[in-house]
Design a protein around this ligand. Structure first.
Ligand SMILES: *Cc1c(COP(=O)(O)O)cnc(C)c1O
Length: 475
């Protein structure tokens, strides 16, 4: 037995040796045109390391008996230069580069929510007085400059900024309710995309959630009945990404604030979207602004910086100094604080809101472009594309604010409709800059509201390139 096993094994080894010898050497791989180009883009060392990794992968597959014949190994070896080059491209070809958003969804969470524009801080290269008091030459507070601006913008006593709204809610609950109870309506146990679930954040903060009411109806007396000696706060969470219709009821913020205050409790609000202005200005449904919620008696209002504020990723809490200031002093704040880029950016966004320079905030520039402007751009683009032989026409579009705001409401726009289905949509994603389109049967639609006008030429060449690629692929 032992003897025959030994022969088998050594017979296998001879076969494996033949297979190993089919593998190219690293220097042979580097001579292929594909990898010669890769060396120019990524450097010699990176490409050599990638070759060694892929070769040892193949050796392991031979050893495991996954690769057993010479035809197979030859095909895999021939494919190595392409494989290695595309792997390196996938890793190093600027994965966060610009895309043209043709979806018409203004706050597209997967495309970075609020687009950035003129308010993006330039001149961040050097040092800044981030935590430095220039007057006294002593250590200062990172949030001091922004605190006042937040308070003024939202008509609050105090403000604090952290990394995102999930962090703001976590910090708020940790500081004011850890180890105690927070009353929340069953109709507001929300999940936002990207795994923000209110019950989970509540659990992480150490607060105990006391659910009241029913999914569709919660009354003031439901809250009143749940208040006990262990209650720390009443929490209201904005239903940001869905709508409840029909037989529904919930108390007003003002009533809840009165109830909380009669019992010596704070009313905490996860408002989410950070509405600063009345959205009816842009013919959208009204969404209570942060200022309105505060004026109705809320003690802390939390929201994102990159939704209706149109700024960088951030979480903001504004409200009464007695409630908001402890959030900035808690040790958890140190783990959740914003970085300097976001702080400088936010400071400029707040100034633009304050001085009503909304056209400098891309979100509002896009929201404010008239249908007539969009139609004009669409007509010009369609004309140029048709002149290049494409089947392109203009079309009215239905966009949305998105990002968990004004659920169900549409933002009318105008754009292009191009002949081509999935294959064109896929080709549009492959060109530079990638274009994200919406499929509509055997056509794709591009909403021009979410594409800045100064990118129309880039859009035009991207479309031409993508169409040429699909034509090439199908011929
Ligand atoms: C968007 C949103 C969040 C999450 O905010 P992030 O900034 O993404 O962390 C939480 N609550 C509500 C109500 C929201 O709308």
């Amino acid at each position: 037995m032992i003897h025959s096993d030994g022969i088998e094994v050594s017979g296998y080894n001879i076969a494996m040796g033949t297979l190993y010898r089919q593998l190219p050497a690293v220097h042979q791989l580097l001579e292929s045109p594909r990898l010669a180009g890769a060396v120019e883009r990524h450097g010699h060392r990176t490409v050599v390391a990638a070759c060694q990794r892929e070769l040892s992968n193949l050796r392991a597959r031979i050893r495991n008996g996954e690769i057993v014949d010479e035809v197979q190994i030859k095909a895999l070896a021939d494919a190595l230069p392409d494989l290695i080059d595309s792997q390196l491209e996938a890793v190093w070809r600027r994965p966060y580069a610009e895309v043209l958003n043709g979806t018409g969804v203004l706050l597209h969470t997967n495309l970075g929510r609020a687009p950035m524009g003129k308010t993006v801080p330039a001149g961040l290269e050097g040092y800044l007085a981030l935590e430095y008091d220039l007057k006294d030459g002593r250590r200062g507070q990172r949030l001091d400059p922004i605190r006042r601006r937040l308070a003024e913008t939202f008509g609050a006593e105090a403000g604090v900024m952290v990394n995102n709204n999930a962090a703001a809610v976590l910090l708020m609950l940790t500081v004011h309710a850890a180890g105690r109870e927070v009353i929340v309506s069953r109709g507001q146990l929300i999940e936002i995309g990207g795994s923000f679930r209110l019950p989970d954040i509540m659990a992480a903060s150490g607060a105990r959630m006391v659910e009241v009411g029913c999914t569709n109806r919660t009354h003031l007396h439901d809250y009143a009945r749940a208040i006990g000696e262990n209650t720390a706060a009443i929490l209201v969470a904005h239903r940001s990404n869905f709508r409840m219709e029909g037989f529904t009821a919930e108390p007003q913020i003002r009533e809840l604030a009165d109830l909380a205050h009669e019992n010596g409790l704070p009313l905490l609000v996860d408002q989410g979207s950070g509405a600063v202005h009345d959205l009816r200005r842009w013919s959208l449904p009204h969404e209570p602004t942060v200022g309105e919620i505060l004026s109705h008696g809320a003690d802390i209002v939390c929201f994102s910086g990159d939704k209706l504020l149109g700024g960088p990723q951030a979480g903001i809490a504004v409200g009464g100094a007695q409630w908001v200031e402890p959030m900035g002093r808690h040790s958890l704040f140190r783990a959740l604080r914003p970085d300097k880029t976001a702080l400088v950016h936010m400071e400029r966004i707040l100034a633009a809101h304050h001085e009503e320079r909304l056209e400098e905030i891309p979100l509002y520039a896009m929201l404010g472009s008239s249908l007539e402007e969009l139609r004009r751009r669409a007509r010009r683009l369609a004309r140029r594309l048709r002149a290049a032989g494409l089947d392109a026409e203009t079309t009215p579009t239905k966009g949305a604010l998105g990002g968990g705001t004004t659920p169900g409401a549409t933002v009318p726009g105008h754009g292009l409709r191009l002949a081509g289905g999935n294959s064109l949509a896929a080709a549009l994603r492959r060109v530079r800059p990638p274009v994200i389109a919406v499929r509509d049967g055997d056509r794709v639609v591009l909403d021009l509201r979410t594409i800045p006008p100064d990118r129309d030429r880039a859009l035009e060449s991207a479309i031409l390139e993508a169409v040429a690629e699909t034509a090439h692929a199908s011929s």
